[in-house]
Design a protein around this ligand. Structure first.
Ligand SMILES: [Zn+2]
Length: 107
């Protein structure tokens, strides 16, 4: 099967929180990872509302009117690609600092 590759990747589902809230691009929006936040229509979870975006000087909010979920993101993460990256960092499990095994320093 041959799939036409796009110039840029279209936005895939972005996992917003560790509670598995997801942002789903509307299939008709044709948004790419380099598009600024607010481009196109983004849905919250499977059958929720469109996410609304409101900006402050330093951050912007993704708000779902349906369930009240609010995500506050620093302004520098202003594209979908960067939002995906930011979310991944926020949601990564916080591992304790690695501790060297006792007396097993590698030479
Ligand atoms: Zn929602």
């Amino acid at each position: 099967m041959y799939v036409q590759s796009f110039k840029e990747t279209l936005v895939d589902t972005i996992i917003l929180t560790k509670f598995q809230d997801v942002l789903r691009p509307d299939p008709n929006s044709n948004v790419t990872d380099s598009d600024p936040i607010g481009t196109g229509i983004m849905w919250h979870n499977k059958a929720c509302y469109c996410l609304e975006i409101s900006a402050t000087d330093t951050h912007y909010r993704l708000v779902c009117k349906g369930c009240g979920t609010i995500l506050i993101v620093p302004n520098e993460f202003n594209t979908y690609g960067k939002l995906r990256q930011w979310c991944a960092e926020q949601n990564a499990p916080r591992l304790p600092k690695q501790v060297d095994s006792w007396g097993e320093a590698a030479y």
